[in-house]
Ligand binder design. Structure first.
Ligand SMILES: [Zn+2]
Length: 312
């Protein structure tokens, strides 16, 4: 038997492949990287496998997907390759990387008003791409690393459609709560098609389409939590609505709360903030004066002590 001190790039690559099959990804990465260093093959299957292993612990990291995508784009010699026991289509994984990168970028972006509306529309476009380009097939990365084949192009479609309508609801609720309620209703439909309850959407539909009469000013406001609030109050029976207004001025059967429109609510809370700030400033002033008095007394005591010691 010939003892070989140094392994060739191919041998290192084969060992790396075997280690992946056994789930020893850390060791596999070392072998694959050594084979790349030896063969200089940055455009080969080893580079793709290294990028996949690096992605394993960073499934929400957009750069990990970008690295994998660029490794896949350089790996043009084969249409299919093996990773562990799974055979993967290069083009399908490229599509999944491209869509996932867009997803992570879009979902992590902020925005309000028109920007949020645009974001909602872009998410909708992305949802349709998941539907048309992946469809009923499951996502490869989740199958590889989470053993999860339940996430498909279609489940991503339903999920992202729901998210897109929720974004649009948030974008318009300030100006048009009834439109926001409609969007939430549509989002709920998509969530339910995806096997989710849609309860959060339902709660928003109810809140956004609820109308009240402000207890203080009598204005009609629609959109609970946005344009009017339920505020704790003591409503005695004599004060209860005698001449029923068009919309309720407090929650049904709850004498502990009244409805206040946003304008009245903010006026009351701003005024109470001002009053609190006044008390706070007064208290701080008095505390500082007290501190100065104490400091002076301490200084006087210290000099008396020093004087007494000198006299000993
Ligand atoms: Zn009001």
């Amino acid at each position: 038997m010939v003892f070989k001190l140094f392994k060739s790039g191919d041998e290192l690559y084969d060992e790396g492949k075997e280690l992946i099959k056994r789930g020893e990804y850390g060791k596999a990465r070392d072998y694959l990287q050594k084979s790349i260093d030896k063969e200089g093959g940055i455009d080969d299957a080893a580079a793709v496998k290294v990028a996949l292993i690096d992605l394993r612990e960073r499934l929400t990291n957009v750069n990990a997907y970008r690295n994998l995508l660029s490794a896949l784009e350089r790996f043009t010699s084969h249409d299919r390759f093996e990773f562990g026991l799974t055979e993967i289509s290069r083009d399908e994984l490229i599509t999944e990387c491209q869509l996932t990168i867009r997803k992570i970028e879009l979902l992590s972006s902020g925005g309000e008003g028109q920007a949020l509306m645009d974001k909602g529309k872009q998410i909708q476009k992305l949802a349709q791409d998941f539907q048309s380009r992946i469809g009923e097939k499951n996502l490869i990365i989740l199958e590889l690393f989470k053993n999860d084949t339940s996430v498909t192009g279609m489940t991503e479609f339903f999920n992202l459609m729901a998210v897109s309508y929720e974004c649009m609801a948030d974008a318009v609720v300030w100006d048009n709560p009834s439109q926001a309620a409609e969007y939430e209703q549509i989002a709920m439909g998509y969530r339910q098609q995806n096997g989710q309850s849609g309860d959060t959407n339902m709660a928003k539909v109810r809140a956004y389409s609820t109308t009240c009469t402000c207890w203080l000013c009598g204005r009609i406001a629609t959109g609970e939590g946005i344009h009017f609030f339920s505020a704790p109050a003591d409503v005695s029976p004599a004060l209860d609505d005698k001449d029923k207004p068009t919309a309720r001025s407090r929650p049904d059967g709850d004498p502990q709360h009244i409805y206040i429109c946003r304008a009245c609510y903010s006026a009351v809370s701003n005024r109470s903030d001002e009053i609190s700030r006044g008390y706070y400033n007064q208290t701080m002033q008095e505390m500082r004066a007290m501190e100065a008095r104490l400091q002076a007394q301490i200084a006087a005591l210290q000099s008396q002590i020093a004087f007494a010691r000198m006299g000993r």
